[in-house]
Design a protein around this ligand. Structure first.
Ligand code: S3P
Length: 167
């Protein structure tokens, strides 16, 4: 079973994926880290040297090549569901879980981790807040195609919930 975690930057996909993978004893791939390892560059360097469209192609290639029978948790990038037919493909190949965390909770994370995220690294907090609202409004309909929505919950609670979904 492939389990895809989707949602906006700062919603906690990577953190949840690590905890889920350990608890369910399933392998985990963080797409951003996978692409960083494959290129030997950070996401910011990739955006600067190769451009965003190239990065989006790598995301699409990665999802295309995933074998549906594999047992794997995939932590996607915040934009992954919104390019090509990625969301449909992920729904075909496995189950998708949308971490629809509140802005309040996600925003603090984003402010802390701004530097490693090329789309937001140059924004002031006010600009980031405006960007958040605008971008989420654009992306929401893609995220909402996910099979399950999680909301604001503690990781332990989410793990129990995911386990119950998998029964
Ligand atoms: C992006 C989100 C990032 C990363 C890249 C682009 C986006 O992943 O893929 O910086 O378009 O929202 P995280 O959601 O893990 O920050």
């Amino acid at each position: 079973m492939l389990i895809f975690l989707v949602g906006f930057m700062g919603c906690g996909k990577s953190y949840l994926a690590k905890n889920l993978a350990a608890d369910l004893n399933i392998d985990l791939i963080d797409m951003d880290k996978h692409i960083e390892r494959a290129t030997g560059q950070s996401i910011s360097e990739i955006f600067t040297s190769k451009g965003e469209p190239w990065f989006r192609e790598q995301e699409q290639l990665f999802i295309n090549e995933l074998f549906p029978k594999k047992h794997l948790i995939v932590s996607t990038g915040g934009g992954t569901p919104c390019f090509y037919n990625n969301m449909d493909l992920m729904n075909e190949k496995g189950i998708t879980i949308y971490l629809n965390r509140s802005k309040e909770k996600a925003f603090a994370q984003l402010v802390k981790g701004k530097d490693k995220r090329p789309l937001i690294k140059d924004f002031s907090d006010e600009e980031l807040s405006l960007f958040y609202d605008k971008k989420l409004a654009e992306r929401q309909s893609f995220y909402e195609k996910a099979n399950f929505w999680i909301g604001d919950r503690e990781v332990d609670e989410i793990i129990l919930l995911v386990k119950s979904l998998l029964l």
